[in-house]
Design a protein around this ligand. Sequence first.
Ligand code: NAD
Ligand code: UGA
Length: 434
Amino acid sequence: MKIAMIGSGYVGLVSGVCFADFGHQVACVDKDEGRIGALLRGEIPIFEPGLDALVEANLRSRRLSFTTDLAAAVAEAEVVFLAVGTPSRRGDGFADLSYIYAAARDVARAIKGFTVVVTKSTVPVGTGDEVERIIAEARPDAEFAVCSNPEFLREGAAISDFKLPDRIVVGTGDARAREVMSEVYRPLNLNQPPLYFVDRRSAELIKYAANSFLATKVAFINEMADLCEKVGADVQDVARGIGMDKRIGPKFLHPGPGFGGSCFPKDALALVKTAQDHDAPLHIVEAVVAANDRRKRAMAKRIVAACGGSVRGKTIGLLGLAFKLNTDDMRDAPSISIVTALQDAGAKVRAYDPKAMTQARPIMPDVTFCDDPYDCATGAEALAMVTEWDEFRALDLTRIKSLMAAPNLIDLRNIYRPADARKHGFSYSSIGRP
Ligand code: NAD
Ligand code: UGA
């Protein structure tokens, strides 16, 4: 099939490349000339494991192309995916749909022949109706169907998530669109992921409900971790103990510094706003959003406490800045709140991240960026592990301790075992463990 992917960011690029890898002919479009220029030179603008090789292979096979020419790509395409950003709107937290609507207008002008327009971006319930209205108004002659196909990939595991999904949700009431979408995902038949057809509004809501539910699991285990600390229990054991119940499941029960990233925070907030608008408030999700905001701020207090109650004039090292491992994405990363709070309290912050420092630099102008974890530990009165990168799992703790001004280790991802850290002479604190 001929596919145009509008927006070549984390989702558009991964989806477009994977569709090309399935055998479809894909044009990845972006209005950002720098981004398309880089892609044409073979430079991948984001860090996502395995993406560079997949892009290269599909460019070579000529199934994949990159362009800023939306009109030409859309005119050729049987299916047009909208994968542009839907960030939180400044001020009120609703999803900002201006990019979606602008893209829909651009697409409308360029459609030729029957075209399925698919929102892959995460959009509030009812957005598909508006996209349909925009296209119909701009092009009363156009033959098209608008459907919703929300994306469930995770950054850092995006390619395997896309190629081996638990389910593919398609929201449409149009028989032709249903056929086309079945054909788009037919190459996945071997893996037999359920292609789950629902109405468009339900599909849009499934996406928000899924992200908010997962965020709720994370917020739940984080609060449970706080209780464990007070009562002398081990949250890792509690998580394992409840996760063995198949009704609960073991995933998304790792306690940490609070959920971040480009989606959980913004999507939970947008769902809260949608629900309030429809007089059906989601009190649980509201509590999750509030608890997570509090948690991110509370992480800096832990570091201050480990330093004896004050960090004024002290050097603090942070290992990991990205919102989770295997990504360079800094959007809503807990490290941002931690750095701000530490600097407000008078600390000098040093930091190291294997992939996210380029994105972090403009957000954290007063942080000293380091060459490696040992450089980061040098002269620090406390070292906090904020992101669970593999390269932090087997550090030479003897060397780390010898470089630090004081042996305070604050492990916000429970990477180390308390006994091991203490054996190396650290004053060690972690999340939800005695
Ligand atoms: P992103 O900001 O990385 O990428 C969006 C891209 O769209 C940008 O490169 C931008 O230049 C481009 N763009 C905007 N308007 C355009 C237009 N009119 N024409 C051409 N290009 C245009 O965003 P993202 O992280 O890929 O997220 C995209 C959507 O997918 C969001 O709704 C998000 O919630 C959803 N989503 C994201 C993830 C994820 O892991 N990042 C996962 C699932 C769903
Ligand atoms: C999340 C969802 O998992 C994807 O299904 C969805 O497609 C995506 O949002 C989206 O809509 O963009 P992502 O944000 O890439 O994916 O990352 P996750 O692995 O879900 O982690 C989100 C946050 O929760 C991270 O800050 C992570 O550290 C935190 N987390 C996650 C925990 O603290 N504990 C856990 O057990 C799991």
